[in-house]
Design a protein around this ligand. Structure first.
Ligand SMILES: Nc1ncnc2c1ncn2[C@@H]1O[C@H](COP(=O)(O)OP(=O)(O)OP(=O)(O)O)[C@@H](O)[C@H]1O
Ligand SMILES: [Mg+2]
Length: 486
């Protein structure tokens, strides 16, 4: 495939194809992040609910145990309270205190006197009855003792109050452990989830990465590349569609190349046919003149003077024939241009002066050459450019048989150098202007009509072409451009 063809297939690939653009911009990263976030949020909600339930359960358990204990203590201390048996009450307090989690225990009578307590300094003190500890459940934050009270009754009469304080330290550490377990669970879920997301994203994006690499190769003109399309999922279907697209692209490209070649062939054949017809037409006239002349010379009807005239015609026509064939050979066997940096001004002056001297005899002819200082050095094939300038200046001089002005100018236009050759000659009819570049088109007696065809071919090899502006009876300007050198 030629460079231009592969250029048509150029695909602009995003720079994300390489690692330098950052992992955070990749589809893989976004997929992982989404999965990890969903995991964390869901697991967070789940763990929060579980811990809350567990915490309620632990607190309710402690509360229920405390309530049983305080109720039992109230019943057990009824008689001792009635008889104000401080020894029995102390025994009860001692037994209650030996229960796990019990921080304190206190029994007061209906008048607020402390008759039994785990704090000896409070024994016998009178407390305002209603100022006895109030019960809190669930516990206020920061309080590590659960206070529980029970009235000691006989029938409907309250004879005292039992207050028990239970430590919540064990409950708190159980709750803390529940929270720790929950966090560990979230962390594990996060790690496992991210790992799973990583593997998932690898599998999912592998197909896309394959297609990206394939697209890059296609943009370099390789249409034989295919991507694996093994999976049945959307990426697999996309890969299948991608392969079909590349196959169609390859087919279309081959068809286009064949069509191009076919057209070139047809154009070449048509061109050969056209050229053959032109050559045949061009050589027919001089050839018939030569045949006639030879026939006349073969007879004995000519006197000496006629013979010399016929021989002169023979010479002219064979010379013309030779020139036509020489020019045509030159045109047909055009060699590749050898582009070098050279001085255009020197070449222009050399050719212009030579032609000017040949043509100035007996005419009022002027020559003006102006090469701008920054428009003198250019890139061209020296011999071929000599021929271009020679043919164009010769045409200009031939268009001014009565004299006039030939002006040659070079000027810079950006990176290019423009060359203008102008004359004040007969000019060219508008309809004829399109024709004169074709081979064997000439209005000049003795001209082969190959001059401009050769010029155009050389200029095309230099990456440019001839531009013609002409006004009949006013003059003609031809121009072309070359790559300049600073
Ligand atoms: N500067 C010009 N002014 C007027 N007519 C021109 C000029 N340059 C070219 N032409 C016309 O274009 C025709 C073709 O020119 P071209 O140089 O190809 O062939 P030619 O000059 O006729 O023959 P030769 O092959 O000997 O150069 C000329 O015959 C002429 O009619
Ligand atoms: Mg010419």
């Amino acid at each position: 495939m030629s460079q231009s063809e592969s250029g048509n297939l150029a695909i602009l690939l995003p720079k994300t194809a390489n690692k330098s653009s950052g992992f955070t911009h990749t589809l893989r990263f976004r997929l992982m992040l989404s999965v990890a976030l969903v995991h964390v949020v869901l697991m967070g909600i789940f763990v929060a609910v579980a811990v809350r339930e567990q915490s309620d359960k632990i607190q309710a358990e402690l509360y229920s145990r405390g309530r049983s204990l305080v109720a039992l203590t109230a019943v057990a201390s009824t008689n001792a309270l009635l008889t104000e048996d401080l020894g029995a009450l102390a025994e009860i307090i001692h037994r209650v205190k030996s229960q796990p989690e019990v921080v304190y225990c206190e029994i007061i009578d209906s008048r607020g006197r402390v008759l039994g307590t785990t704090y000896p300094e409070r024994l016998g003190k009178v407390l305002p009855l209603l100022a006895a500890q109030s019960e809190h459940f669930p516990l206020p934050p920061g309080d590590h003792v659960l206070d529980l009270q029970e009235r000691i009754r006989i029938a409907d009469q309250t004879i005292g109050i039992v207050t028990i304080g239970l430590s919540t330290v064990r409950m708190d550490s159980a709750l803390a452990k529940t929270w720790r377990d929950g966090l560990f669970f979230i962390l594990t879920a996060l790690i496992v989830g991210s790992g799973a997301a990583w593997v998932l994203s690898l599998v999912t994006t592998r197909g896309l990465r394959n297609m990206m690499e394939a697209a890059s190769k296609i943009s370099q003109g390789n249409l034989d590349v295919r991507v694996p399309a093994n999976s049945q999922d959307e990426v697999g279907m996309l890969a299948t569609a991608f392969n079909h697209m590349v196959a169609s692209l390859k087919q279309a490209s081959e068809d286009a190349a064949q069509e191009h070649e076919r057209r070139n062939q047809a154009e070449r054949l048509a061109c050969v046919g056209e050229m053959s017809a032109m050559i045949a037409h061009e050589i027919r006239n001089p050839l018939s003149a030569i045949i006639n002349s030879v026939n006349l010379l073969g007879g004995d009807t000519l006197n000496q003077e006629d013979r010399s005239q016929v021989i002169s015609i023979l010479n002219n026509e064979s010379g013309r024939l030779s020139r036509i064939l020489g020019d045509f050979l030159e045109f047909a066997k055009m060699r590749e241009s050898q582009l070098t940096r050279a001085n255009l001004k020197v070449l222009i002056e050399e050719i212009a002066n030579m032609l000017y001297q040949d043509h100035q005899a007996g005419k009022r002819l002027r020559l003006a050459i102006h090469c701008a200082p920054d428009a003198q050095m250019a890139v061209f094939d020296h011999d071929q450019m000599r021929q271009v300038l020679w043919n164009l200046m010769l045409n200009a001089l031939q268009s001014m048989p009565e004299g006039g002005e030939l002006s040659v100018m070079t000027r810079r236009a950006g990176e290019k150098i423009m060359v203008h050759i102008a004359d004040t000659g007969c000019g060219i009819a508008p309809d004829f202007q399109k024709e004169i570049i074709k081979p064997f088109v000439s209005s000049r007696k003795g001209g082969t009509g190959l001059g401009l065809a050769i010029v155009q071919r050389i200029l095309v090899q230099h990456g440019t072409q001839l531009s013609i502006k002409s006004t009949q009876h006013v003059g003609t300007e031809v121009s072309f451009q070359l790559n300049g050198i600073h």
